[in-house]
Design a protein around this ligand. Structure first.
Ligand SMILES: [Zn+2]
Length: 484
């Protein structure tokens, strides 16, 4: 890995309303935060688009040599988690643990690498109380009957991220709920007085002002600061979080520290279903489990990559079929290359065909990197990968030089890895796993020669269980390592 070169990657920054060369605060290090799930239901396929893009951004920064410190919060106390756990009659903790598990399971299925930390809001309440106390001391917040509020009049830059116009807002108006629309831009709740129900259920914390619990927006400001300091490099999230959530995070954090809170704001567009916004009321709601049952997680991850993250992505049957077929084409090249690497040496020359292949591979790698550097153009990156795959297939149709195949294969795999594709295939061809498999297969061939089919079938069955499938061909047995 070469050292990170500042300014090589460009990112679209919502605050600047344009692309900017990415330069982190500290050379070679990136502090990055993505707003995570509110754990009140199973995450839907729109949420997973955001989490996948976060993963791609992190992988690309690492590919370019950065050391990435990546935080994603888990909101386990807010209006929705309290409301729905109450309806179900279970404790807040039991309720949010269930959906935290479901979130983590989804990450694993989609091969989303774990963030450096997944802080839960309930673990940072003392820090939140201290943060609010400091805002009160600065005179930018005030205590009201039902809670502690941030006074947006005291932050003249309020609206700079989302462009919301607060000139018409009455200075006395307040909004208590965590989520609201632009028309309701008003003083927002940092802390909420406990309701009789919350008191009965024990969902409250004592403070100098009143028993209660934090509002949603303060959670992210506090977890950012606690884990990464006053200024972070990248803050990302779904586009619907721009207002009020991110606007409020800026107001809280910058009022407290007097410093820039975030250097680059990255927002990810919505996922649509058949051209419409997904919603339970429209009846077009598709759960993550529905999709994973019908298509492989690999094709689903591929589907997310087909469209740039700032464009709307439309979930349709046709788009999923197409993603599945395209992913299979990319994988087929891995199969062909691995088979060649396991085969006999039939070509030790470096001639025109070899030169052509490596030339193409180098060109396509540059195309892939340029696309990813340009604000994560995953669509363009996939085009380069397919071109590379076709060049490799053409070469592999003739007698392959194994050294040349290995070189192309390694480049191809490292680019697939940057997108998080086919990593489950494990060690590359030629490693210890491969040698051991070759040994098992040779042993089984001997058993078959001796007509010991009982034992040879047993070996086949056991390999099947760990995801290795064998096919007996006239020239010998070949194998394929599949997804377990
Ligand atoms: Zn947040």
């Amino acid at each position: 890995m070469s050292p990170a070169e500042a300014g090589r990657i460009s990112l679209y920054d919502t605050m600047a309303r344009g692309k900017r060369p990415f330069v982190p605060l500290e050379a070679g290090r990136v502090r990055m935060y993505v707003c995570g799930p509110t754990v009140y239901s199973d995450p839907h396929i729109g949420n997973f688009r955001t989490f996948t893009v976060g993963d791609i951004l992190r992988r690309w920064l690492e590919y370019r040599g950065y050391d990435v410190f990546y935080v994603m919060n888990i909101t386990d106390i807010d209006d929705k988690t309290i409301r729905d756990s109450g309806r179900e009659g279970v404790s807040l903790e039991e309720f949010t643990d269930r959906y935290t598990d479901s979130f983590l399971r989804g990450l694993d299925l989609l091969n989303i690498r774990r963030a450096t930390a997944y802080p839960r809001a309930t673990e940072y309440v003392p820090e939140m109380i201290g943060f609010i106390e400091a805002l009160l001391k600065k005179g930018v917040a005030y205590v009201a009957e039902d809670g502690v509020y941030f006074d947006i009049d005291k932050f003249p830059e309020y609206g700079k991220l989302s462009g919301v116009d607060t000139s018409m807002v009455e200075s006395t108006e307040r909004v208590a709920s965590d989520e609201y629309d632009k028309e309701a831009a008003n003083d927002f709740a940092l802390w909420k007085r406990a309701t009789p129900e919350e008191l009965k259920r024990g969902i409250y914390y004592d403070t100098p002002w009143m028993r209660g619990r934090p509002g949603w927006h303060i959670e992210c400001s506090v977890m950012n600061r606690s884990l990464m300091g006053d200024t972070i490099d990248i803050h990302a999230g779904g586009e619907d979080l721009t207002f009020p959530h991110h606007e409020n995070e800026i107001a809280q954090s910058e009022s407290l520290t007097g410093k820039q809170f975030v250097r680059y704001w990255v927002h990810i567009r919505h996922l649509m279903i058949n051209g419409k916004r997904m919603s339970k009321s429209l009846g077009n709601y598709v759960t993550f489990d529905d999709v994973i049952e019908r298509y492989s997680p690999e094709s689903f991850r591929y589907f997310y990559l087909t469209t740039h993250y700032r464009n709307p992505l439309d979930y349709t049957e046709a788009a999923m079929e197409s993603a599945m077929n395209s992913a299979a084409r990319l994988e087929n090249t891995l199969d062909l290359a691995e088979e060649a690497l396991r085969g006999e040496d039939t070509n030790l020359d470096y001639g025109k065909r070899e030169e052509l292949l490596l030339g193409e591979v180098g060109k396509m790698r540059a195309g892939f990197e340029d696309a990813m550097d340009d604000d994560l153009d995953t669509h363009g990156a996939l085009d380069s990968l397919h071109a590379m795959s076709r060049a490799m297939n053409t070469y592999l149709a003739g007698p392959p030089n194994k050294g040349v195949v290995l070189k192309a294969y390694r480049t191809y795999r490292s680019l697939l890895g940057a997108l998080g594709l086919f990593e489950w295939r494990g060690a590359e061809a030629g490693g210890l796993t491969e040698e051991l498999l070759a040994l098992i297969v040779r042993t089984r061939d001997r058993l078959r020669e001796e007509k010991n089919y009982e034992l040879s079938d047993l070996i086949r069955g056991e390999l099947e269980k760990v995801g290795v499938s064998l096919s007996d061909k006239p020239g010998g047995t070949s194998w394929k390592i599949g997804r377990r």
